[in-house]
Design a protein around this ligand. Structure first.
Ligand code: M6R
Length: 615
């Protein structure tokens, strides 16, 4: 996830900016850059790789070309690539007006193509951000001549998408302009100096007094103070608050650790995953990454999803959607198995390699195997520019942002989201009608609010976790699309709490696993109201008859579920195909609270690595 730092004051900006970028490193990035206003000119420098490499480059340049990079006003950025690959020319700050204006930006400009056409200018990079810089500069010339703030405000009236941005202009040495829509920005208040950042970490060493920008707000910041307006140019009165977090707590967004933060990130990053990727009118997904014509899509006769761990559970959830909507044969293969079999694929087989890191060696090798055998290969990946993203040639980023806890959470939901949109795209080609397509998309839009409702129950789930924390075994059961949810709940619990747990398709339990059950072997049942509700209810009865304690995930309003179990966790109703997006969250929270109650190192569980690059 990109990071922003800005400074205006009386001290040299460069050290503040570089230190600030280092404080933002935890967010993950692939390149960095700064722009400082000095002597009426903007000096910009960018580098691929670590902030340290940027600092080294600045040191060398200072000697070589005698650019001092001095100045008391500047902006800086760490980039996590979305539009355009990882390269120096794609790194921020981007400039316009022959270097007169410089801009850093977090977020995605959805209508960048439309703006590009209106601009009709040559571009240095492949980014939506450069177009935004040029668009603001055009507004500076036409509308807001001489007024940087008005230029930014008026330019944003025709911008669609998300942004947290900061702009400087060579002719405005006393001014920073910042704006927010969907991507956080915070102003730090010093003594005749102001700091700006995408989160409070870079600001904390200098001041504890901050003011958060809200969506649709534009700020005009000088050494004398700051004023905030909405896009209609009406002044907004802002409150200043005192933050007493330390830097570590700030990086975790105030949460105790990264895993909890990432669980709570889900409603927001889910929106990032679907934004601009739905054609509501056409009742279908709109994922450019497939890079196939409709005719080529029709030629696909079979789909294989290859992945490991949590990613493979996301694929299993998607299998139900692909089958139901597209009617195409679809297999999910654990990567380490796929590559050592004789998988039957040909040019009519579409293989998706699904991975958070994009570096999991089993999935990389399986992808190579699929390509060697002639399949059409695509990647579904979180980390931009990773091996799978590069080798797949085409594909889709899940936009979950950096996932730092070893246990994968938000990547799971975003993988499911992207895969469901693909399933819908293929479904619409194979007979799903417009109305059904639109219904699915409408329900998609309701998911973030429903996720938030579940997250509000975190403390109740904590109470349940504390009650069961001393059990040494667990069984998770689910049917249909909730079977992979059970698998994911079981994996989360075992990897971070080290409690033994298994997951079974509920109907399969009586063929063996039921022998394990007794009063000290609790069972987690995912029993939401769907087509298989009555079936799983019978399985829960079977469990109760063996005296096991039962925890049920049930649909809000299902009073019967409460009668059947020892503890119930309610989730909002959604369409069956979308259930994993909600039903997994209580299981993540249950695993998390259990691990915390047992004193485990939640973010770095023993024996595990975030990115598994060995076979
Ligand atoms: O980076 P990937 O998505 O390819 O990683 C796959 C698995 O290694 C990963 O999901 C692993 O199972 C996690 N520890 C699960 O929480």
């Amino acid at each position: 996830m990109c990071g922003i730092v800005g400074y205006i004051g009386n001290k040299e900006a460069l050290p503040v900016l570089l230190e600030g970028l280092k404080d933002l490193e935890y967010r993950g990035y692939d390149s960095a850059g700064v722009a400082v206003l000095h002597d009426g000119k903007i000096e910009r420098i960018r580098e691929v790789g670590k902030v340290e490499m940027l600092a080294k480059k600045i040191k060398n340049k200072t000697k070589e070309v005698r650019l001092p990079y001095k100045g008391v006003l500047g902006i800086a950025h760490t980039r996590w690539a979305t539009h355009g690959g990882v390269s120096e020319k794609n790194a921020h700050p981007h400039t316009a007006g022959a270097g007169k204006l410089a801009l850093v930006h977090n977020g995605i400009i959805e209508n960048y193509r439309e703006l590009k056409e209106k601009l009709n200018e040559s571009l240095e990079s492949e980014t939506d951000t450069e177009i935004l810089a040029k668009w603001i500069f055009k507004n500076y010339q036409n509308v807001g001549r001489g007024d940087l703030f008005q230029a930014v405000r008026s330019a944003l009236l025709s911008v669609r998408g998300t942004y947290g941005l900061v702009v400087i202009h060579a002719d405005h040495p006393g001014e920073l302009v910042a704006a927010r829509m969907g991507s956080p920005l915070v102003i730090g208040l010093g003594d005749s100096e102001y700091y700006l950042a995408s989160d409070i970490t870079p600001i904390l060493p200098y001041t504890k007094k901050v003011s958060f920008l809200e969506d649709g707000e534009v700020a005009k910041i000088s050494r004398e103070g700051f004023e905030v307006f909405n896009l209609k140019d009406e002044e907004i009165s802002k409150s200043v608050i005192k933050i007493d977090w330390d830097v570590e707590k700030a990086q975790k967004g105030g949460f105790e650790n990264f895993m909890l933060k990432e669980i709570f990130d889900q409603p927001t990053v889910f929106e990032d995953a679907i934004r601009g990727r739905m054609d509501i009118g056409g009742g279908t997904g709109k994922l450019g990454g497939l890079n196939m014509s409709l005719e080529e899509m029709r030629q696909v006769k079979r789909i294989i999803l290859i992945a490991c761990g949590t990613a493979s559970h996301a694929c299993m959830c998607a299998k139900y959607a692909f089958e139901k909507l597209s009617g195409l044969p679809i297999d999910v293969d654990v990567s380490s198995e796929f590559r050592y079999r004789e998988p039957i694929v040909d040019r009519h087989t579409l293989v998706f390699a699904v991975s958070q890191s994009g570096e999991t060696i089993d999935t990389v090798m399986a992808l190579r195997e699929a390509k060697k055998r002639g399949a059409v290969a695509r990647g579904i990946v979180n980390v931009v520019g990773s091996t799978i993203a590069r080798e797949a040639g085409a594909g889709t980023y899940i936009h979950a942002g950096p996932e730092l806890a070893v246990a994968s959470t938000k990547a799971f939901t975003n993988m499911v989201a992207v895969l469901l949109l693909y399933a819908l795209e293929f479904g619409r080609l194979h007979g799903v009608d417009l109305e059904t397509g639109q219904k699915i998309l409408e329900e998609f839009l309701k998911i973030p609010a429903k996720m938030n409702r579940i997250l509000k129950n975190s403390n109740d789930i904590k109470t349940i976790a504390e009650k069961y924390k001393n059990n040494s075994d667990f069984l998770f059961i689910g049917r249909g699309i909730n079977y992979p949810v059970a698998l994911e709940g079981s994996l989360k619990l075992k990897e971070i709490s080290y409690i033994h747990s298994e997951a079974y398709p509920a109907g399969e339990m009586k063929h063996g696993a039921i022998a394990l059950l007794s009063s000290d072997f609790p069972v987690f049942a995912i029993m939401t109201k769907n087509e298989l509700y009555e079936k799983i209810k019978s399985n829960v009865e079977e469990v109760r008859a063996r005296k096991s304690k039962v925890i049920i995930i049930a649909t809000e309003g299902d009073a019967e579920a409460k009668e059947l179990c020892d503890d119930v966790i309610y989730v909002p109703k959604t369409m069956e195909l979308l259930e994993p997006l909600l039903n997994t969250i209580p299981l993540q929270l249950f695993a998390y609270h259990t691990a915390v109650a047992l004193g485990r190192d939640v973010d770095r569980p023993r024996n595990l690595a975030k990115s598994v690059t060995v076979e």
